[in-house]
Design a protein around this ligand. Structure first.
Ligand SMILES: Nc1ncnc2c1ncn2[C@@H]1O[C@H](COP(=O)(O)OP(=O)(O)OP(=O)(O)O)[C@@H](O)[C@H]1O
Ligand SMILES: [Mg+2]
Length: 209
């Protein structure tokens, strides 16, 4: 059962948006998906409450049962975990320990790159200490025309050895879909064609076991 953690301690970089869309994609593919919410704001959980019946189902669970542990439920095929801003220390360690994949959203500005750089170093430390080796991927989010290109990002992040898998543009599509409990895979493809195309490398990575 793959566990996909979406994490970046920087606030507002698109963690909840990414995790809900990853869950929506996997659900559309016919998987039994759980979307866990490690965030006190419970954004993912509140988003799920808005999700109309009749769409591919996404379930949720009480992620730590109040005990500070993370135990994905049995019987599901895929788990996606949304995580809070400021994630570090024991909480990060616990989530890291259950993750098979970690998707790191990053807004392509220099300041966000610095914060993400530090976060990836922390993940590398955990990898060394624990021997656990989840696959890591960066996804550039809310990319505007004048932000750094994928190539520039790759240049800055080169030493980290984490691929920048996809660049998602800044668009109200995500905002409007989220407000209705929807994802890119719940509306007519023609309406979100450019966005679906930008997700392709990411969905291929998710499909690739
Ligand atoms: N690609 C995008 N284009 C436009 N708006 C976006 C995009 N991705 C996210 N947003 C918007 O940016 C805001 C922050 O996104 P989101 O809530 O997903 O970030 P977050 O990292 O989960 O934040 P927090 O750290 O507070 O949990 C939201 O209003 C969301 O709708
Ligand atoms: Mg969030």
């Amino acid at each position: 059962m793959p566990v996909i953690l979406v994490a970046n301690p920087k606030g507002g970089v698109g963690k909840s948006t990414l995790s809900s869309n990853v869950a929506g994609y996997l659900a559309r593919r016919g998987h039994r998906v759980m979307l866990g919410d490690a965030d006190r704001q419970q954004s993912a959980r509140r988003w799920l409450e808005l999700r109309p019946a009749g769409l591919p189902k996404i379930e949720t669970w009480d992620i730590d049962g109040g005990r500070g542990t993370v135990k994905p439920p049995k019987g599901v095929s895929h788990v996606v975990i949304d995580s809070p801003a400021g994630l570090k220390g024991g909480r990060l360690q616990a989530l890291y320990g259950v993750a098979d994949r970690i998707v790191i959203p990053l807004q392509p500005s220099l300041f966000d790159i610095q914060a993400t750089y530090d976060f990836v170093q922390a993940l590398h430390d955990l990898r060394r200490e624990s021997g656990h080796k989840p696959k890591l991927a960066i996804v550039a989010t809310r990319a505007k025309e004048h932000t750094l290109s994928n190539e520039q990002l790759q240049h800055f992040l080169h030493e980290l050895g984490v691929p920048v898998l996809a660049t998602l543009r800044d668009t109200q599509n995500y905002v409007q879909l989220a407000a209705r409990g929807l994802t890119l895979w719940d509306v007519a493809p023609g309406r979100v064609e450019r966005d679906l195309a930008q997700w392709e490398p990411l969905t291929a990575w998710l499909d690739n076991n």
